[in-house]
Ligand binder design. Structure first.
Ligand code: S3P
Length: 456
């Protein structure tokens, strides 16, 4: 069963200097929580109801895959999604290849789910996803007994298209994460759901903890021990029984970061972004922007669906460059592209390090951001594991006589970061293809318009 990925020709977007931004906006639901809601709902007994699900292409890929493996998933007219699960262990063999589109999270988490079911599945994806390393999940899942047949990449690591065969019963493992990756952690825990005994993940550097929170919320027995050095040991008791839940998905902080940075950078702006998830394992970007002098205030702090949430009030600010501590990286791993844009307008130098993972996201985000920012006149040095950016001190960026065309390379966050950068240039810029934005933030362009951005 294929997901509804965009397939038309490239959709360039032109972004030019903006007037002061003002208004109150709401960003779509959190992508990580949306994927997990559908997956856990599909494994639970009963009907899970989800409010605020992100209806982006990545999440629709997950929905299509869970349907292909037996779950019933429908959407009410009011936007509530209903998932009737098959029970842990009840996934069925998909008839066709699972088309993952652009979505690394769908791919890696679903490999975990399938690893402990006695079924065979083939994963395919777009050009970006087909370049991304899968060895980080196939290695631990192979230890649990799954078998993988795929396309080896340059260094021998598996890439898509890839076929896997799960094993039931699978073998429980204790696995120390070699990379700080919530996707790898989650894949192993999801495999552990249908595995006898205790599956244990040792996480030296904490990453987003939505899987742990939600597994517990659905009734799994999961314990987390935090050691003195911050290492987390997560133990999941297998052959779990999950019970359907009512879920409210908070707004995605990774999406909120775009209007927040836009308001900080465009002089005279005053914007409120409501209902933003502020789980501490996700909110690093806002802490870094505050440390740079950004005028951000959290109001209406509350809890929604077991996650801390607030409205963020943002006023234009003169930012100052800082050294971003590498240990904050996992809590803002998807927000570096837009942070680099903020840094390009800050006073002084921003140094980032420890960001090797950015090279294996939807694109090599260090190289693409360095190249694109240089095209619009920013002073950027690319180092092995980060960027060093010497900001303009608030002056707009500029790109010569002709507005430059920036390559988004099928990466939604690169496209959106340069769209925001275009608002603070002298002559504007063109993002070569805005279609990838539909994977995570389908309302991005209307949201900018509602804040006063006028499109040519
Ligand atoms: C995600 C984890 C992160 C993040 C991705 C979503 C998740 O990836 O970049 O967008 O939902 O678990 P890694 O775990 O590979 O860092």
């Amino acid at each position: 069963m294929s997901a509804p990925h965009s397939s038309s020709s490239p959709a360039p977007g032109h972004f030019s200097p903006a007037p002061p931004l003002s208004g109150t906006v709401t960003v779509p639901g959190d992508k990580s929580i949306s994927h997990r809601s559908l997956m856990l709902g599909a494994l639970a007994v009963g009907e899970t109801r989800i409010a605020g699900l992100l209806e982006g292409e990545d999440v629709l890929s997950t929905a299509a895959a869970m349907r292909a493996m037996g779950a019933t998933i429908t959407r009410d007219d009011d936007g509530t999604w209903r998932v009737r699960g098959v029970g842990v262990g009840g996934l069925m063999q998909p008839v066709e290849a699972l088309d993952m589109g652009n979505s690394g999270t769908s791919t890696r988490l679903l490999m975990g789910l399938i690893a402990s079911h006695g079924i065979t599945a083939t994963f395919t994806g777009d050009a970006s996803l087909s370049k991304r390393p899968m060895g980080r999940v196939t290695d631990p899942l192979s230890l649990m007994g799954a078998a993988f047949m795929g396309t080896p990449g340059a260094n021998g690591a598996l890439r898509l298209p890839l076929t896997m065969r799960g094993l039931c019963p699978a073998v429980p493992i204790e696995y120390r994460l070699p990379v700080a990756s919530a996707q790898v952690k989650s894949a192993i825990l999801l495999a552990g759901l249908n595995t006898p005994g205790i599956t244990r993940v040792i996480e030296p550097v904490p990453t987003r903890d939505h899987s742990e929170r939600m597994l517990r919320g659905f009734g799994a027995t999961l314990e987390v021990e935090v050691q003195d050095d911050g290492t987390r040991i997560i133990s999941l008791t297998g052959e779990a029984e999950l019970t359907a839940q009512d879920i409210i998905v908070p707004g995605d902080p990774s999406s909120a970061a775009f209007p927040v940075v836009a308001a900080l950078l465009v002089p005279g702006s005053h914007v409120t972004v409501t209902n933003v998830g502020l789980n501490p394992t996700r909110a690093g970007i806002f802490e870094v922007l505050k440390a740079m002098g950004g005028d951000l205030t959290y109001i209406n702090e509350r809890e929604v669906g077991g996650e801390p949430v607030a409205d963020i009030v943002v006023r234009h600010s003169t930012l100052t460059g800082i050294d971003v501590p590498p240990d904050i990286a996992p809590s803002m791993i998807d927000e570096f592209p837009i942070l680099f844009v903020a840094a390009a307008l800050a006073k002084g130098t921003t140094r980032t390090s420890g960001l090797d993972e950015l090279r294996v996201k939807e694109s090599d985000r260090l190289t693409l951001m360095a190249q694109g920012l240089a095209r619009i006149g920013a002073r950027v040095e690319e180092v092995e594991d980060g960027l060093v950016i010497h900001g303009t001190g608030g002056l707009p960026l500029g790109g010569g006589n002709e507005p430059p065309v920036i390559a988004a390379s099928l990466d939604h966050r690169i496209a959106m970061s340069f769209a925001i950068a275009g608002l603070v240039t002298t002559g504007g810029l063109t993002v070569d293809d805005m279609r990838p934005v539909a994977t995570s933030f389908p309302t991005f362009e209307p949201l900018l318009s509602s804040l006063g951005v006028v499109r040519a």
